[in-house]
Design a protein around this ligand. Sequence first.
Ligand code: HEC
Length: 210
Amino acid sequence: MDSAHQAPTHIADASKMESEQMKRLGVMTLGAALLLASPAFAAEDTEALAAEARGAVKAFFGNLKGTLVKGLKSGGPAVGVQVCSAAAKGIARNASRQYGGEVGRTSLKVRNPENAPDAWEHLVLQSFDARLAKGEDPKKMEHYEILNDGKTFRYMKAIPTAEKPCLMCHGEKISPEVQKILAEKYPDDKAVGYKAGQIRGAFTLQKALQ
Ligand code: HEC
């Protein structure tokens, strides 16, 4: 899925091509571009959109983390859960407004059912786990594309599970105090039993293109 971001081999192949072939390819590409009905987005546009999405993720993550850390400091994990649960939606809404699209978090095992993945997100989350299994660093893992309709840009960035503080609320051994409050607020909680290094979920963004 990410072949576009692994350009080096393609470039090497292209440079080996006979010049006659290159010319024919050029004509074909031009023809294909002219046939596209909606505005054709070039690779640079996709890269600019990805850079913008990365900025939005950074701001969103900063706010979430700040809120979580403040909650944990003020009253430990139980208060952390309260604060997180009360603030997560508003923080996502603000981030979305700033981005001019939708900004949120999702996972294959959600705590809040409102964060459940749609079909596209589900596939990308599965591909992230497959990439992790092949040894890729989850900290840098992302996927983005302009959908086939040419009207929507979508971006996802993996969220790795750190030992601290994630495991106290998403790990295998959760204190009874935290378990109790999680059970009250999230009776259908699936986001437990994680180990450090696993992918907890992903940031997910989308934006309509003009
Ligand atoms: C104090 C407890 C607590 C800690 C610590 C914590 N989380 Fe969460 N996490 C929550 C709660 C509560 C929610 C549900 C928020 C909501 O209602 O949207 C959540 C939701 C999430 C979600 C959104 C998807 C879902 O399951 O609904 C992701 C992703 C996530 N957490 C990742 C992490 C990561 C990564 C860490 C460590 C950096 C972490 N969390 C630390 C309590 C915690």
